[in-house]
Design a protein around this ligand. Structure first.
Ligand code: ZN
Length: 453
């Protein structure tokens, strides 16, 4: 027996657009898909349905720093000066603050059309660097924020042990992040229990970067992992040069030479790759985790997306620093970075006659689900009922058909076009507003006023 019936004037199904689509939902999943039907009494009627977009990379607490790091320093700014500011901000956050900020970020993700998130979670300990009495205290705050907002959570507890390549001692600013292999195993087991309280929660492992783990630690972490494995890989040129100085190899090259990188892996910010690394990564089946808004904000560089997609690479998008949370804008900026550097248009459409926005959307839905350890995706029986609807009366949808509707969302209308969002069958957004907004925003405001006093 279906618990709910949603009817859409049109919907994006795996084989293309269909009109008059009724989705029967049961236990959080799509139980039935009827095509070419009229709406009936008892149907909840909506305009246009898309599968929800996964957000494969987030550091939720960084939402609270948005807009605070945009003043030029005395000697020029870089990723590394930004990181110093982030470390200072981190020192002040209590577990309660983290929960409040994460709820704000997750709410905004849902309102923009993201239905799941991969939370790359590295803030584990108290401000003096000591573990909390419950080592999973911070993880449980992230779980609580996911439960409140309804977002689909793949929690990626981060293993972080060193300040640089070759096992360098961590710095004072990193003391809230640090674990040993044993303390990490304990954290993972405790987190697994709390994740099981969420509807359709998932867990993965996240060695922070090649800077923060040794080869032996990376082997110990990944050898038997059945879950997704996420790692920051080649975000900054300095990082690439440092890796070469340490090992003689570039980060992506080093990883591919030594580890069986396969579809379990998600390489976040594989920004700096040679053509050879690009092809090898595409052929590995791993997902490239791209975060165009953050990569632009931090001055990282531009991912070689055309070569990677041409070689058959899988990709997804993430909101990373959460300086701005907007599903359609991540896709727009991904394409615009390519247009600006290549001086061409419609670079990432898969072939002539294809829509850029729709190809990027389909690719990011599939790659994002893979990276977050989620199997069936799309509006098909058995898949989680993760659905986004757009406002039929939005002027940017006027007269649009089929894939033009996604192009108009991605390149023109943006997040203001989002109408309703369902995650695992629960409607969490209606008319563009999250059901918890009136509670979540004032609470966030109070925390920010205290933190920034
Ligand atoms: Zn990151």
């Amino acid at each position: 027996m279906a618990e709910a019936r949603l009817w859409f004037a049109s919907a994006l199904l795996p084989n293309g657009w269909a009109d008059g689509v009724r989705l029967g939902l049961s236990d959080g999943r799509i139980a039935s898909v009827d095509i070419g039907v009229a709406s009936e009494a008892g149907d909840s009627r909506h305009a246009l349905a898309l599968p929800g977009l996964p957000n494969l990379h987030s550091h939720a607490f960084q939402r609270a720093m948005a807009g605070l790091t945009e003043v030029r320093g005395p000697a020029g700014d870089s990723f590394w000066t930004w990181r110093e500011l982030m470390y200072r901000f981190v020192e002040r956050l209590t577990p309660q603050d983290v929960e409040v900020v994460a709820a704000m970020a997750f709410m905004e993700m849902l309102e923009s059309g993201f239905t799941c998130v991969g939370e790359f979670h590295y803030l584990h300990h108290d401000s003096d660097g000591r573990a909390f009495a419950n080592p999973a205290e911070m993880s449980e705050r992230i779980v609580a924020a996911a439960a409140e907002t309804g977002i689909g959570l793949t929690l990626l507890p981060v293993f972080y042990a060193h300040a640089g390549f070759g096992g360098a001692q961590p710095s004072g600013g990193q003391r809230r992040f640090i674990n040993t292999i044993d303390s990490y195993a304990n954290l993972l087991e405790t987190t697994r229990v709390s994740i099981s309280t969420l509807p359709d929660g998932r867990i993965g492992i996240a060695p922070h970067s090649l800077r923060a783990v040794t080869e032996a630690e990376l082997s110990a972490l990944t050898a038997a992992a059945a879950e997704p494995i996420h790692i920051h890989i080649a975000e900054q040129i300095w990082e690439v040069e440092d890796c070469v100085a340490w090992s003689g190899a570039r980060p992506v090259e080093w990883l591919l030479d030594r580890f069986p990188v396969d579809p379990r892996w998600c390489l976040v910010h594989a920004t700096h790759m040679t053509p050879g690394e690009t092809t090898r990564l595409a052929q590995s089946g791993a997902v490239a985790g791209l975060c165009p808004i953050t990569e632009a904000n931090l001055g990282d560089g531009v991912f070689p997306a055309e070569a990677f997609l041409t070689a058959g690479g899988a990709f997804g998008v993430g909101s990373d620093s959460n300086v701005r949370i907007d599903a359609s804008e991540e896709l727009r900026l991904l394409e615009y970075g390519q247009r600006l550097t290549r001086r061409a248009r419609n670079v990432l459409a898969s072939e002539g006659g294809r829509s850029t926005g729709a190809d990027l959307y389909r690719g990011a839905v599939a790659g994002g689900a893979q990276a977050l350890g989620r199997d069936a995706t799309g509006l098909v029986p058995g898949a989680a009922a993760d659905i986004v609807s757009l406002k039929a009366d939005h002027p940017d949808l006027c007269g649009r058909r089929g894939d033009q509707q996604i192009d108009s969302w991605v390149f023109a209308g943006g997040s203001q076009m989002v109408d309703c969002v369902w995650r695992f069958g629960r409607q969490v957004v209606a008319q563009g507003r999250h059901q918890g907004r009136d509670v979540i925003v004032p609470r966030y405001r109070a925390v920010m006023e205290r933190l920034l006093r």
